[in-house]
Ligand binder design. Structure first.
Ligand code: ATP
Ligand code: MG
Length: 597
């Protein structure tokens, strides 16, 4: 410790939002270089390399081969697949002295596809899985929580290449099994959930989420095993209803009812239903958004959801990717006077009793695209805005009085909603995305021309899978899941050192005994951090708790009675052990024997 390049800090860093960030900085594992960009100090770097080792071992075990691409990449392959523009502001772009354009790789599908195309030409060469552990760059809009969402971060990415769908399914299953082993070894609680395949296209797709209350991803689970990221939940639409007997739509004066609550109250007071009171779920809420397309063009989009549900902006963004939705602001409403804020609806009426004309939709007078929640099927009846301030229309029937341009899964998913596969009510929880596996299919191979000759001498397009693990994110996620109010608390496989020995006293006998034990452990293959600094025992105790090695040995006052103390950082359990038994005792702890007598 007297030589180790580390300084523990008493104060929390000002920008720390989550415990892992706070402790990794305070324990001297990482230092911030710029927003979302971190320097690894010796202790942190040892943890990072331990995560890498686990990932490498499990990837090698399924026969994947390690390669290493540059992080600095030419733009052309990314232009060919469209991602040069689709990535938008997420991409770090630069140019060389000759003016040629480059990017810092956010993920490497293009490069792997081209490499295999470069060298392979026959079905006999397949299957093949390649991986790398590489620094990735993404100019995230909101870098946060230290290593959890960085702008420079370390990822393990692998890619599988197969001749047919059956091969792809096998490669995917092999990766899935390897990921289960990796995340079991990393030692956190996680769930495997159905996921969106996002900007990359493709079909089967699952995420490994570490359970975390402050995680950015929300997922749902049913008692019988359905699990999905909320982004990927596909709700079950009801059957269309007949509207033959439905009354005609009628517009009513509903002054001062810009919200669902005010509307429901007024409807119950002035236009009571005979069967039951009006509820929020009888209303159709139309939310306007401003959409920015990949080419930079902007246009409004209106989304209709049952009035008892909020629009979930994250679900919406996932459906619209790579286009980006934003809430409509006051300036947008001024620029679009055809949208009566608080009273927007899909139909317009010239006067009472008059026929409805379409007010929303690509074919309507406004030409504003109109998408609705899957619950809004043909024959459903709604109370919704009449496109005039202070007026709503009742008994507006979907399929008769208005026709949406399409459906979109963007309404919030709530606790208790039914699982789409009929396996019971859903519960919601939050997590951190640690890994993502998906079947890319032929999208990249097709665009970049990766074909091989099959058994009949015919050229066929290769099918691919793509699989990622957030290596630097894992360091933070494990810290997050294991730290306590005193500091870090590493699981043994990730700890920078197995044992932290404190020479807690100034006597030469204490120093000698501590050094002896350190040497013996070192010779037995155990990595030891020895605190022989000339500081008070209190400082050493506090530092050992912040730094978080799994086993702490205190050589101090007890030495005059021939004992040292062995502490388990996680459980806090302390045992006094005769000096001569200390080696055996610590070895037992390190090698997982539970008998700390
Ligand atoms: P997210 O939804 O969190 O932005 P993503 O879906 O864009 O992640 P992938 O492209 O699937 O991420 O990347 C594979 C893995 O890389 C993720 O599962 C995650 O563990 C990690 N990762 C992605 N972005 C970051 C980041 N900004 N900082 C740290 N790790 C990241
Ligand atoms: Mg992902």
């Amino acid at each position: 410790m007297s030589e180790l390049f580390v300084r523990t800090l008493r104060e929390d860093p000002a920008d720390a939002e989550v415990p892992s960030h706070r402790w990794l900085v305070r324990a001297g594992y990482i230092r911030r270089a710029a927003p979302g960009i971190y320097t690894w100090l010796p202790l942190g770097y040892r943890v990072l390399r331990n995560v890498e080792r686990i990932v490498r071992e499990e990837m090698n075990a399924i026969g994947a081969q390690e390669v290493h691409f540059p992080a600095l990449l030419p733009k052309e392959p990314y232009e060919a697949t469209g991602r040069w523009t689709e990535y938008g502001e997420l991409l770090f772009r630069l140019h060389d002295r000759k003016g040629a354009e480059y990017l810092l790789g956010p993920t490497h599908e293009e490069m792997f596809t081209l490499l295999v195309k470069d060298l392979y030409s026959s079905y006999k060469d397949l299957p093949l899985s390649l991986y790398q552990i590489q620094t990735k760059y993404r100019d995230e809009a909101r870098p946060r929580a230290g290593l959890l969402r960085g702008r420079e971060f370390v990822m393990k990415d692998s890619y599988s290449f197969d001749i047919d769908d059956e091969g792809l399914a096998k490669s995917y299953a092999a990766h899935r099994d390897a990921y289960i082993k990796i995340f079991d070894r990393l030692g956190f609680e996680y769930v495997i959930v159905h996921a969106m395949s996002g900007a990359m296209g493709g079909s089967a797709s699952e995420e490994f989420l570490a359970l975390a209350e402050n995680g950015e991803d929300t997922f749902v689970r049913s008692p019988a095993g359905y699990a999905a990221n909320v982004e990927a939940v596909r709700t079950t639409p009801p059957e269309p209803l007949s509207y033959e007997d439905a009354p005609a739509a009628h517009v009513e004066d509903t002054p001062d009812t810009p919200t669902i609550e005010t509307l429901v109250n007024l409807a119950n007071a002035r236009f009571p239903r005979t069967d039951q009171p009006w509820q929020a779920s009888d209303t159709l809420k139309n939310v306007v958004l401003m959409i920015t397309e990949v080419d930079g063009s902007r246009h409004p989009l209106v989304i209709g959801v049952p009035g008892d549900r909020e629009l979930d902006l994250k679900r919406l963004a996932a459906q619209l990717e790579p286009a980006v939705p934003e809430p409509f602001n006051d300036a947008d409403f001024i620029a679009h006077p055809e949208l009566a804020k608080g009273y927007i609806g899909p139909a317009r009426f010239a006067g009472s009793g008059a026929q409805a004309t379409a007010a929303l939709g690509e074919e309507s007078i406004t030409k504003i695209r109109y998408l609705v929640d899957p619950q809004i099927v043909s024959g459903t009846r709604w109370v919704t805005g009449a496109n005039e301030p202070g007026r709503h229309v009742f008994d507006l029937v979907c399929g008769r009085d208005f026709t949406p341009d399409g459906i979109i899964e963007a309404a919030e998913i709530r606790e208790g909603d039914p699982a789409p596969d009929g396996t019971g009510p859903l519960t919601l929880a939050r997590g951190i995305e640690m890994g993502h596996i998906f079947q890319l299919g032929r999208k990249y191979a097709e665009v970049l021309g990766l074909k091989v000759l099959d058994q009949n001498g015919k050229l066929v397009t290769v099918t691919m899978g793509s699989y990622g693990v957030g290596i630097s994110r894992a360091v933070a996620a494990v810290a997050e899941g294991t730290c306590d109010e005193k500091g870090l608390c590493w699981p043994r496989e990730l700890a920078p050192f197995d044992v932290h020995i404190l020479a807690a006293g100034k006597d030469q006998a204490v120093i000698t005994a501590a050094v002896d034990l350190a040497v013996q452990l070192d010779e037995a293959g155990v990595s030891v951090l020895l605190d022989e600094r000339a500081v008070s025992p209190g400082v050493k105790f506090a530092d050992s708790e912040i730094l978080g090695m799994p086993t702490i040995v205190v050589v101090g006052r007890g030495l005059s009675n021939g004992v040292v103390e062995v502490r388990d950082r996680k459980s806090g359990e302390q045992t006094e052990v005769p000096v001569e038994e200390a080696l055996g005792e610590v070895l037992a702890a390190v090698h997982g024997q539970t008998t700390l007598v």
